[in-house]
Write a protein that binds this ligand. Structure first.
Ligand code: IYR
Length: 221
C-alpha cells in the first residue's frame, strides 16, 4: 500500500511470532520481571559504565509525547558528588520524616525506611532521570508520562543485567538540579544502581492479584 505522506515514513514489518511462541515469551518475560525488587542495600562492587549506557539506551527507546523524548539521564560514580547528594537528600528526608503526617507513616511503615540513605554512597552509581518541561523554548507534551515510561524501561534493563535499583524520590529534590548542573530540567527519579548486597533483604511484599490489576469489559458499563 502506498499512502500519501507529507513526512518521511519507513516500513515497519517485524516478523510475526507464532502466538504459542509469543505467549511463551510473555510468560518468560513476566517471570523475569516478577523477580525484580526495589533494593536499599547495595554491594559496593563496581558496575561497568557500559551497563549504565545499555540501560539508558533501553530507556531511550521509550515512546514519548510527540516523540520529544523529554528525558536526560545523568550518571555519576564520583564519591564526592555521591556524598554531596546523600547529604542533601538526607537533609530533605529528615525534614520530610520530621513533619511526617500519620497517613504517610502508615503507608510507609512496612518498608522500614527512614531519613538515612547510606545506599546513596554505597551503590557504585547514582543515575538521575531529569524531565525536560521545555526543549529549545518549546513546551514538551506528556512530559511526566514520557519520562515515567522511559524510567520503567531503564529499571527493566538494569534488572535484565542482574543489577538492582530503587526509585528514590527525596522530596523536594531540586538540589539535584544544582549539584548535577541541569538548569531548566526537573529531577524526576534518583536511581542508586548496583548489585544487591550479599545480605540484602527486602520487605515481604506481594504483587496484587491479576484480577485487581486487570478488568475485561464486554460492552458498555
Ligand atoms: N521519600 C521518603 C519517603 C518514601 C515515600 C515513598 I511513596 C516510598 O515508597 C518510600 C519512601 C524516603 O525515601 O524515605
Amino acid at each position: 500500500m502506498t499512502r500519501p505522506h507529507r513526512h518521511p515514513f519507513v516500513p515497519y514489518t517485524p516478523p510475526r511470532l507464532p502466538i504459542d511462541e509469543g505467549l511463551d515469551c510473555g510468560r518468560a518475560f513476566h517471570q523475569h520481571l516478577d523477580k525484580r525488587r526495589s533494593v536499599r542495600w547495595f554491594s559496593p562492587d563496581p558496575v561497568p559504565k557500559e551497563a549504565i549506557e545499555l540501560a539508558v539506551r533501553a530507556a531511550n527507546t521509550a515512546p514519548s509525547g510527540a516523540h520529544q523524548q523529554p528525558w536526560r539521564f545523568v550518571a555519576t560514580q564520583d564519591p564526592e558528588l555521591k556524598r554531596r547528594i546523600r547529604e542533601a537528600a538526607e537533609e530533605e528526608e529528615r525534614r520530610f520524616y520530621d513533619r511526617e503526617i500519620p497517613e504517610w507513616h502508615a503507608a510507609l511503615a512496612r518498608l522500614e525506611t527512614d531519613a538515612t540513605k547510606e545506599f546513596l554512597e554505597i551503590a557504585p552509581w547514582l543515575v538521575v532521570a531529569f524531565a525536560q518541561k521545555h526543549q529549545n523554548g518549546q513546551k514538551t507534551y506528556y512530559t511526566n508520562e514520557s519520562v515515567g515510561i522511559a524510567c520503567g524501561f531503564f529499571i527493566a534493563a538494569l534488572h535484565s543485567m542482574g543489577l538492582a535499583t530503587l526509585t528514590h524520590t527525596p522530596n523536594p529534590m531540586t538540589f539535584l538540579t544544582d549539584l548535577l548542573g541541569r538548569p531548566g530540567e526537573r529531577p524526576y527519579i534518583l536511581f542508586p544502581v548496583g548489585y544487591p548486597a550479599d545480605d540484602c533483604e527486602v520487605p515481604d511484599l506481594h504483587r496484587k492479584p491479576l484480577d485487581e490489576a486487570l478488568t475485561f469489559v464486554d460492552g458498555l458499563a
